[in-house]
Design a protein around this ligand. Sequence first.
Ligand code: TYD
Length: 200
Amino acid sequence: MKAQFIAFEGGDASGKTTQARRVADNLNAVFTREPGGTTIGESLRAILLDPNEKVALRAEALLMAASRAQLVADVISPALSEGRHVVTDRFIASSLTYQGYASGLAVDDVLSLSLFATESLRPDLTLLIDIPVEESIKRRGLNPDRFEQEDISFHQKVRNGYLDLAAVENKKWAVIDGTGNPQEVASLVDKAINKRLDLP
Ligand code: TYD
């Protein structure tokens, strides 16, 4: 069986990290997150999420892509080549929604940049954990990072962007209702994975 590459996407506080880690454990997959996941990537993450930094939008898109390139080269491609499944918490679609749909860069440009970074590697399946923006704001913790400090209309654009991408690429995406408790969301996630991927 071919090693599968699964991405979890969603707005802030959607609960996708909990689900991504659980699925990675169940599949004995390599778990990664973005931005980050490598030494270089974690340094870039610190710059990118710092509420005190004013990162220019194009620099932000390039740094996200740089973190992604390092993660693919160091972690994701080697694991897939060895036949291991990979589960990532965020991937290309996060750049399309946050830097594209919400911040205003051309989505096609952001996609080209990401495909350059990944040597055209894309997930076999993307699971969108979808919750209304009001719910994500309710769930938010103290000390919001730079993206969490954006206003409600930004987060609405992120959500709409994700739903748009999922509708266009509906064979490679599954939209999961993230409003239930973690067990309920887990069962929807597992159903979607079993239906879409040929896993034991
Ligand atoms: P993180 O703490 O990982 O948030 P979450 O738990 O919601 O995943 O922070 C990552 C932030 O970076 C998140 O707000 C989305 C943003 N981001 C982008 O803007 N573009 C990207 O390409 C990626 C990977 C993340």
